[in-house]
Ligand binder design. Sequence first.
Ligand SMILES: [Zn+2]
Length: 347
Amino acid sequence: MAKKEKGSSKPCPKMRYSFLRILTGSDLSRRRLPLMSAVSANAGPVVWLTACGHGDEVGGIVIIQEVFKRLRRRLTCGAVHAFPLMNPLGFETASRNITMSREDLNRSFPGNPAGSLGERIAHRIFTAIVETKPALVLDLHNDWMESIPYVLLDREPGPGHKAAYQQAIAAGRQAGFCVIVDTEELNKALSYSLLLHDVPALTLELGKAHVVSEANVTFGLEAIWNILAHLGMTAPRENVFHYPLPEAYGGGRLLSYSDRPYGSKTGIIRFLAKSGQEVRAGQPFARIVNAFGKLQETVVAASDAIVLGHSDTSAAFPGMPIMAFGVAPAARDCRAGGSGGRITGNG
Ligand SMILES: [Zn+2]
């Protein structure tokens, strides 16, 4: 029988912290993924939270811990499961990829039980998630250091998966962040692979990779709480969370991702726009100077957009992204410079 909260007739959810084995090391040590579950006595949707698939994107681990602290008393139906640390091997060496095999775990899904190390770990994660028939999976990532939090939706996965995609969009619109549709097809990413299996999934890009940012922990927690309340798994919110955004870019509008134009010179970048700021087409957003301070290039916005973030480095090279933008639908058609894929990025 489910335990009851003190002074309340509400049954508390059953909390379970366990592990999923992923490999045995050369010293015969067992490596495992921590697995968290909060299961209500009342039937309802199943939601998964995943984090740190990229080992240097650490903020999501703490967001999941904080969500679970709240769930202990406030999950009213359904279940929330989480892999807070999907890539402990990368995390311990502060690297994006799985250290030993140099594989990007988030380009290894749905995985393969007889494949490479990354594919085997991905397969174990993917199978554990899919067999619970989730209503939603939220994969937590951290973009550039100077980056606002945003929802990253995959590209439309094809007409056969429309229902799952529409549910992912509906959930993304509840987060209170700006909602960005990716322009690159990351077809081995966790979220995209789940959509191809008709599981609604999306990525939360929470900014400030490498370290836990307490401000972004709060934003992530509030965004997830918006979504859980929307799914009816927690009480309706009196104050729905909204990240402060310029009007044209909030309200759940679907914006498209762009990191164009790239710079074409080598030098030192001086950023002229900040993350969260609105820029107009033709507005300079970066200057590239040489070692003596002489201007080499001024890079201007291709369309009206919101700045999502800027590069972690001020070293400029031709063809390297300097800034990432969310482009409003009306501005998309007049965008110059093509919509080519990212060279780097965190998705
Ligand atoms: Zn990432």
